[in-house]
Design a protein around this ligand. Sequence first.
Ligand SMILES: Cc1cc2nc3c(=O)[nH]c(=O)nc-3n(C[C@H](O)[C@H](O)[C@H](O)COP(=O)(O)OP(=O)(O)OC[C@H]3O[C@@H](n4cnc5c(N)ncnc54)[C@H](O)[C@@H]3O)c2cc1C
Length: 314
Amino acid sequence: MSANHATRRLIGGWRRTFSANATLKRPSTGRATNAVNSVQALGWTGRSVFALAASAGVVGFGFAALTLDGSPKRTASLFDSEAPGPRYGSVKEMETAVEEIRRELERLGEDEDVISTNADDLLAHGYSEWSTVNPDGLPVAVAYPRSTEQVSVIARICHKYHVPIIGYSGGSSLEGHFSAPYGGISVDFAYMDKIIQLNKDDMDVVVQPSIGWQDLNTQLNQANSGLFFPIDPGPSAKIGGMIGTNCSGTNAVRYGTMKDWVINLTVVLADGTIIKTRRRPRKSSAGYNLNGIFVGSEGTLGLVTEGVRPLFHR
Ligand SMILES: Cc1cc2nc3c(=O)[nH]c(=O)nc-3n(C[C@H](O)[C@H](O)[C@H](O)COP(=O)(O)OP(=O)(O)OC[C@H]3O[C@@H](n4cnc5c(N)ncnc54)[C@H](O)[C@@H]3O)c2cc1C
């Protein structure tokens, strides 16, 4: 069949279909009047149509409120042990966890009280004026660990009592990142703020999570290293939180974001297990990209207690 012939047959077919299809023709005024008459014959008025719509809404809402197994859907509430989804420890369990952490750290030789339940402290760790959102709820305690091992003890005991753990570094995040809607323990790394090792020749540095990016640059300067760390979010931001948010900054276009400035992380998982995501030499590139999982996870997958950062020549 030639192309022209095929086109003619197609157009002919369309014509026949349209002329035979009565529904495509405009209804006559007479038919429209008949339709109005038949609606009136059924007794439909504006009020009855409104009543029907309202009852359909109520029935629809009823169905929506049922779960698939037919039981009414429940709104998860704080400490509700029967609510669907994760179950968090009760206030009592959280208090028990706090006491157990205190005892365990004391037994391991810690002289200082690592846990605070001071009301101002709780507010400062669950509320932020900078934040665009502040969910209800505050942590029941704030822990100030001094080492990875102490963070591991805190996580292990929290895991045992289903207590949420919330990481806290500089507190400069802006979207309720460190809020505590289910209570739990805020882990503030304030005492873990040191440079552990500066490797000038390898152009990297091993740091604890609570060193601020500005302090890091000051110390690199004081050490005459000729190196600097280019990621610059809020002035009070610290490395742990910067990893948590995968922050950017004014230098991001030139130097990338935090994900590009992590070589190796030491992470305490929710049950207290301590892992390292990689090794320090950059030449070693084998294995899963675990850094990619933890950077930007907002502390939900584990708490970063140490990290190796590459540095740049000034
Ligand atoms: C003036 C101003 C300018 C800003 N500019 C920028 C910008 O340009 N780009 C940008 O990205 N952000 C910007 N921010 C937001 C903020 O500075 C960043 O999100 C920063 O990365 C937060 O770091 P932080 O130490 O304050 O973290 P925090 O607020 O303490 O915590 C942030 C998140 O990380 C988690 N976390 C904290 N510590 C750890 C840890 N050790 N291990 C695992 N998780 C942890 C917390 O639970 C939380 O989810 C700005 C903020 C301000 C106030």
